[in-house]
Write a new protein. Structure first.
Length: 84
């Protein structure tokens, strides 16, 4: 199985699963900044890397939902036209 086998409904389920974790990571990052974690602290850097990775994954899944499942979206988020 690969990206082209994922249905829009499956992508929506993935998105729903990712959202709480992403929200948590953003809140955690904000709180770490508020309490003064230095940006070179290992825990802060790991949180930031996790936030970036989950954010990229969520954006990719979102593109699959709204830009066409199984197809790399073109600029503007629209899938390439189907050739028959």
């Amino acid at each position: 199985m690969n990206r082209s086998d994922v249905t829009r409904e499956q992508a929506r389920k993935i998105e729903r699963g990712l959202t709480p974790g992403l929200v948590f990571l953003f809140r955690l990052g904000r709180r770490m900044e508020q309490v003064g974690f230095p940006r070179d602290d290992e825990l802060y850097q790991l949180m930031s890397a996790a936030q970036d990775a989950v954010g990229r994954l969520a954006r990719h899944v979102n593109d699959m939902i709204y830009g066409g499942v199984g197809e790399q979206p073109r600029r503007g988020g629209h899938p390439p036209p189907k050739v028959e």
